[in-house]
Design a protein around this ligand. Structure first.
Ligand code: C2E
Ligand code: CA
Ligand code: CA
Length: 758
């Protein structure tokens, strides 16, 4: 097109209109492609085969035109512009000479060109030449076949164009848009595209490849202390080092700031990827010399693997990042694989992290209310709002688990807003219906208090539902107050000014409870559950609680005892003059509807403990290990229909039958058919591997859960298991102290608490 534009301009300068055939030629100038253009010239000159037409047109227009007689392979016409481009006089130019100019290694397929000329009548191709003066040029050549009277290709008319500059510019632009300016490495966009290309290639393979996300630790410190010029130089030098170290199979690109990604196209075992990561970390942390500074920077690496950690580029990048975050949590200079190093607990945490985003949208979060009962009247006078998350696969997730996750992400604010909104709305409904109650409390954490928007949110929500702020109570813990910033202090005062009640939660668990008792303008003190738990058995606890109650009353505050579970605890607290009781003794947290009924009652009766469903509902005979449970490694092999690779968690198996097994664990899991567990243990010197889903569970003690599992297995595997179980039954009959297996000589709670601490 550029050439055509040029031609159009020159055409105005040259008056060629009288020449015969020029109309056809002029028409060709508006042709949309070079090929059509040359074709038109060819047609024109086929009819008027006179050399002077070529000359006039080409030389005046600066057109690099040539003709070749194919019969005797002679160049019959060459315009001045051809001489200029090829840097050779027309006298010397032969076909062979032209060929000799071709850039070394340039392959031109003549038979293909000839075939195109024969079939389509034209051909266009681009190649490089080295001119006699030594310059390299990109040539675009377009030829059109001119047939003789009997229909054979007699000659070709061609035009060449020197497109070196345009191509160089194009290449330069391409490089700039696909590369990072500082390091000259491919940029993120380019990298993403590359990952997609690799995925496309690996789709049909059974091999895996890895994506490493390499991020510098505390690089902002260098930026802040030594300035961005030195920081940039450091990053540049590290990029060069990395590029040198990584071999050909690795595509390194810069993502942003202090981060690279490396696509490691090599099917390795996890351990090999990890040692590769370790080497990268070592390379990076060798000291750098920049100006007068000797700088040592460390890096952390997160690794995701195709296909198990993600089947598309977005998932792979996201999961490499997640693994990186986990690596950073372990401190600087660390590396983590996305899934393989995760056990069930961390897997759950990461699943929850992802799913929390959509929990509100999907209506999975809701509030339950636990009554606070007045000790004297035994009436439910207040309630605490507790958040609940019903996860589609993990079941009910404890706020203890997800509040910390939310606090680490930006999602925390939305959750608090949800709680405030739900509570105010409910309070509004209770007020409207004339239900009698003192306050409904809700929990806020330190992070809420650091945001200056808290008061605004409270005010607008109170206004929205037109409620009396006296009905609201905020529970905060010492942790919040430790922040002692002026923002927190200011918010607390404003909350008081709004008329909202303040209570100090988990009292006694912090280091300076007494200090805050005096300092915080709280109206209510909630004695932590840990003091109540043994109050009926432990004199020390009773003395502590007694003095807390006295102290609080002396300061004119109300005292609530949390976690009251039985009548003995209740009686002790009653005798000590505690004001309010909260705990399972009266009620667990219940729905708003049930809470309405509880508020309406003149007196609330202690809850009757329902007996739990028996765990041993099963159809097969089972071999039990009641005294020494069997040490077993448990993992998840498939989650929601997708295969996952996780590390194992230790559990204790209490019995095994042909249909399933029973185990205890410190993990809180929910029965679900979409989570397939894998159990690996040793019996009679053999590895036993079993798959199944959890179908029953029961909380045995605090943080110890017992589960019933139903096996998913082939008949042949069941036969094999039957033979092992039969042998064991026989041996157990002969020897009651049978111990040919991975048995644990310890009670479940001490063994499991050790695992938990690991
Ligand atoms: P917390 O504020 O100390 O809440 C009391 C916890 O003790 C609740 O657990 C409650 O169900 C439980 N509990 C009540 N009575 C008894 C009892 O007699 N025995 C035993 N063993 N436990 C009892 P939950 O609901 O799991 O909440 C745990 C923690 O999660 C809360 O402790 C609170 O710190 C946090 N939390 C709950 N809801 C929210 C919320 O909406 N926002 C924030 N930021 N945190 C929340
Ligand atoms: Ca609370
Ligand atoms: Ca509490």
């Amino acid at each position: 097109m550029k050439l055509l534009d040029r031609l159009r301009k020159k055409q105005q300068d040259v008056d060629l209109k009288e020449k015969k055939g020029i109309d056809a030629y002029i028409e060709s100038l508006s042709a949309s492609s070079m090929e059509t253009f040359v074709e038109n010239i060819a047609t024109t000159f086929k009819e008027n085969d006179k050399l002077d037409y070529y000359q006039v047109i080409s030389n005046h227009l600066g057109l690099a035109l040539f003709t070749i007689n194919l019969k005797n392979k002679e160049i019959t016409y060459v315009s001045r512009k051809v001489e200029e481009i090829l840097e050779i006089s027309k006298e010397k130019l032969t076909i062979d000479y032209w060929k000799s100019l071709w850039y070394k290694g340039e392959t031109i397929d003549f038979s293909a060109i000839y075939a195109r000329l024969t079939n389509e009548g034209k051909n266009s191709h681009t190649y490089r030449i080295v001119t006699p003066n030594g310059s390299v040029k990109w040539i675009n050549e377009t030829t059109v076949a001119v047939e003789d009277e009997i229909g054979n290709i007699g000659k070709v008319v061609g035009v060449i164009e020197d497109c070196t500059n345009a191509l160089q510019l194009e290449q330069k632009i391409h490089f700039i848009t696909t590369h990072d300016e500082l390091t000259n490495l491919p940029n993120f966009l380019n990298g993403r595209q590359h990952i997609q290309e690799v995925i496309d290639r690996y789709k049909t393979k059974t091999e895996r490849f890895a994506l490493f996300c390499v991020n510098l630790d505390g690089f902002s410190r260098i930026n802040n202390t030594l300035g961005f010029k030195i920081a940039d130089e450091a990053f540049k030098q590290l990029s060069i080092k990395l590029e040198k170290y990584l071999n050909k199979g690795v595509f390194l690109f810069r993502s942003q700031g202090d981060e690279w990604y490396a696509v490691v196209e090599c099917s390795m075992k996890n351990e090999e990827y990890m040692s590769h990561a370790k080497e990268i970390i070592d390379i990076i942390q060798a000291p750098l010399q920049i100006q007068d500074y000797s700088i040592r920077i460390t890096a952390s690496i997160g690794i995701s693997i195709y296909p198990e950690d993600g089947e598309n580029k977005v998932e792979l990048i996201k999961n490499a990042n997640t693994a990186l975050k986990r690596a950073k949590k372990h401190g600087a200079a660390n590396y983590q694989l996305y899934a393989a190093n995760m056990n069930i607990e961390s897997f759950k945490t990461f699943q929850l992290e992802t799913d929390l985003q959509s929990a509100i949208k999907n209506d999975e979060l809701y509030i339950e209310y636990q009554p606070k009962v007045d000790v004297k009247s035994q009436k439910a006078t207040s309630a605490e709002a507790l958040i609940r998350w019903k996860h589609p696969l993990w079941g009910e997730v404890s706020p203890m688990e997800f509040i910390t996750i939310a606090e680490e992400s930006n999602f925390h604010r939305e959750i608090s807003e949800f709680v405030i909104d739900s509570v105010c709305k409910q309070v509004g409904q209770w007020e409207e219906r004339g239900i009698q109650f003192n306050t409904v409390s809700f929990n806020l954490s330190a992070k809420d208090f650091l945001k200056s928007s808290l008061i605004r949110t409270l005010k607008t929500t109170i206004n929205r539902y037109q409620i009396n702020p006296k009905h609201l109570e905020i529970e905060l813990t010492e942790g919040t107050l430790l922040q002692e910033t002026s923002v927190v202090q200011d918010q607390i005062e404003q909350i008081k000014a709004l008329g909202i009640t303040l209570s100090l939660d988990d009292f006694g668990t912090g280091y300076s409870s007494i200090h805050y008792l005096k300092k915080l303008p709280s109206d209510i003190i909630k004695i932590d559950r840990s003091f109540i738990q043994h109050i009926h058995k432990n004199v020390e606890d009773k003395i502590i609680v007694k003095s807390i109650i006295e102290l609080t009353k002396g300061l004119n505050k109300t005292v609530v005892a949390e976690g009251v579970e039985n009548e003995e605890q209740f009686s002790v607290l009653q005798s000590l003059g505690c004001d309010l009781i909260q705990g399972y003794y009266f009620s667990k947290a219940v729905s708003a509807r049930r809470m309405t009924e509880l508020f309406k009652m003149n007196q609330i009766k202690p809850a009757i403990c329902k007996s739990k469903a028996p765990m041993n509902r099963r159809k097969y005979y089972r071999v039990s290990f009641p005294f020494f449970p069997l040490h077993t490694e448990m993992t998840i092999v498939s989650f929601n229909g997708k295969a996952v690779t996780l590390g194992a968690t230790d559990v204790m198996v209490l019995d095994i039958g042909l249909g399933g097994l029973r185990f205890v664990s410190h993990l809180k899991l929910k029965p679900h058919t979409d989570i397939l567990y894998n159990f690996k243990t040793t019996l009679l010197g053999k590895d036993i591997i079993l798959n199944g889903t959890i179908v029953r569970y029961e909380e045995k003690e605090q943080d110890i859960f017992e589960y019933g599992v139903e096996f998913h297995m082939e008949e042949s595997d069941r036969d094999e298991l039957a033979s092992v179980l039969n042998k064991i039954t026989l041996q157990m009959k002969q020897n009651p102290l049978f111990n040919d297996g991975d048995f644990i000589d310890e009670n479940p709670s001490s063994y499991l608490s050790k695992i938990q601490r690991r």
